[in-house]
Unconditional design. Structure first.
Length: 184
């Protein structure tokens, strides 16, 4: 399944593709991937960092200095640290989360894996992730990396997007279908 064309069509995808190409050329895909994982975890853990990335009020220069300090604090590899500076200077820091997702997808594709976007109302534990990964591997016919996100608004259940397939077993969708059926 070739997803890189679709990834490159978005703004974040173009940035992720450029980062991936640079990392591949310098044989640093794994190092950049680990740095992006650390950065993604920091975004999840720190409201201040999340606010910095999302705020349109932070100037490009301030964002560049702040992201450079964060890169040093997290011990990010030089490619990722420089890339954060490019995002900040170009006024695209708000694209960081989608860039990380797109880079993960490109990296997984490079390794012969596919990525499933999974949304649940609460975080999945390791056993649940392992069972889901095994089921998706059977369905996809190859290794599947899971990009898990939490969205309490789905109320419960799970939404899985694997390539062009989407499985929506969320309670919100079931309630919406029931409401539509009751309207007639």
């Amino acid at each position: 399944m070739e997803t890189s064309g679709g990834i490159r069509a978005s703004l974040a995808g173009r940035y992720a593709s450029a980062l991936f190409d640079l990392a591949r050329d310098q044989k640093q895909i794994d190092s950049v991937g680990r740095s992006l994982d650390a950065l993604n975890q920091a975004l999840a853990d720190s409201k201040d960092l999340s606010d910095l990335v999302d705020s349109p009020l932070v100037s490009r220069e301030e964002a560049s200095r702040a992201l450079a300090a964060i890169a040093a604090q997290l011990g990010l590899d030089p490619i990722t640290a420089n890339f954060l500076g490019v995002l900040a200077r170009n006024g695209r820091k708000n694209q960081l989360r989608p860039v990380i997702r797109a880079f993960r997808r490109l990296s997984a594709e490079h390794r012969g894996e596919t990525t499933a976007d999974v949304v649940t109302a609460r975080p999945l534990n390791d056993d649940q992730l392992a069972q889901l990964r095994a089921q998706l591997r059977v369905r996809a016919g190859r290794d599947v990396k899971i990009d898990a996100q939490v969205d309490p608004e789905i109320l419960g259940g799970i939404v899985v997007k694997l390539g062009s397939q989407m499985i929506d077993a969320s309670i919100r969708t079931k309630l919406n279908r029931l409401a539509q059926a009751m309207k007639g």
